[in-house]
Design a protein around this ligand. Structure first.
Ligand SMILES: [Fe+2]
Length: 352
């Protein structure tokens, strides 16, 4: 029910108007002066203030100004027997919503009161809708944040698990994967690529040889030259990794780049002999980091070839086997920044 505060120093006006309003189903409090009205106003929620203008001590206009300091929403109707331009100007300045001259006629009064209460109610409903909407949006945002967090966590666990699987089986490959992942991230940074690509190539590096778990360990650790069937089996790790990762609920680019990390831009790589732009940027970065790391590492069948030889391989084949920009970044990283391989496992930040 709407609530009205009526302020008038004339008892007869208070009694008449409040009676009109109550009979019309409107809850109405009365005050004989502005001070009492202000007290009531502070302690109650009113939808409408009807105030006389000329009252002893504090005028209706002063009361209205004080009310507006407390409440901007309440509707205000001023009543006066002596309308003057000054009164009207101050009433407008204090944001009165309506103005009635005495003597007050019942029908006119009810019409104005109902109209103002209706507007107030509409404003209240609109405000409530806005608040509900805001609350709903906040709830939705919280839900999306929570789900995104959960998804990130689940993907990060998958990556950690996959990289541990390789580590348990072949500690050499695990160290190699972390070094390639961290180096790939630094190459991406050197190229000025954003955080998403930088972190995604780190992740790809950490698991890029996951497919080697289908290759018998005798082949992985064979000290001598591989036979052709052994070599073909070793090469199958790109596709095996891709197939495993396709089912792992990770961003598809991760599986795809791992599928491509042994391709070369002239089409001489494997398994699909992709060329140039058919190979993703992430795979271009991964392959360069992989080649440099592999050539500088000891292998069961050969000692390390050294960083200079590895960098010469990239320099000599930039634009032939390896992407030119990625090669430049790699050479800059090692030669200018004196980068050294880093086999720490950094926190996984999964780009979504
Ligand atoms: Fe590989």
């Amino acid at each position: 029910m709407s609530k009205v505060l009526l302020v008038d120093d004339e008892l007869s006006m208070r009694m008449t108007i409040s009676e009109f309003l109550r009979r019309d189903g409107i809850d109405c409090d009365v005050a004989e002066n502005a001070h009492t009205a202000l007290e009531l106003f502070v302690n109650n929620e009113y939808d409408l203030l009807i105030t006389d203008v000329v009252m002893p001590k504090m005028s209706g206009i002063d009361l209205m100004e004080k009310v507006r300091e407390i409440n901007q929403e309440c509707k205000i109707i001023i009543l006066t027997g002596e309308p003057t331009v000054d009164t009207a100007v101050r009433a407008v300045q204090s944001q009165a919503n309506d103005y009635m001259a005495k003597p007050v006629m019942k029908d006119d009064l009810l019409k104005i009161v109902r109209r103002n209460l209706q507007i107030k109610q509409l404003n209240d409903e609109r405000k409530q809708l806005f608040l509900d909407n805001e609350r709903y949006s906040r709830h939705l945002e919280d839900m999306v944040t929570q789900r995104t967090h959960a998804l990130q966590k689940s993907m990060s666990s998958t990556i950690t698990l996959l990289s541990q699987v390789v580590e348990y089986r072949d500690p050499y490959t695990a160290g190699h994967q972390r070094r390639v992942g961290n180096c790939s991230a630094r190459i991406a940074e050197w190229m000025g690529l954003g955080k998403d690509i930088t972190e995604s190539v780190r992740i790809m590096g950490y698991i890029h040889d996951i497919g080697k778990i289908v290759v018998p360990s005798e082949i992985l650790s064979k000290p001598g030259k591989l036979t052709l069937p052994e070599f073909l089996l070793l090469q199958s790790h790109s596709q095996a990794g891709f197939e495993m990762l396709c089912d792992a609920n990770l961003p598809p680019i991760i599986a795809e780049a791992i599928y491509q990390h042994h391709e070369r831009i002239d089409g001489s790589g494997y398994p699909r002999k992709l060329k140039g732009d058919q190979i993703s940027l992430q795979a271009h970065i991964l392959m360069v980091a992989d080649v440099v790391e592999a050539m500088t590492s000891h292998r069961p069948y050969r000692p390390s070839l050294g960083l200079d030889v590895a960098l010469a391989e990239i320099e000599d084949h930039a634009g032939i086997l390896y992407d030119i920009e990625v090669s430049k970044a790699c050479l800059g990283l090692f030669r200018e920044e004196k980068y050294t391989f880093d086999d720490r496992q950094y926190e996984i930040v999964m780009p979504l």
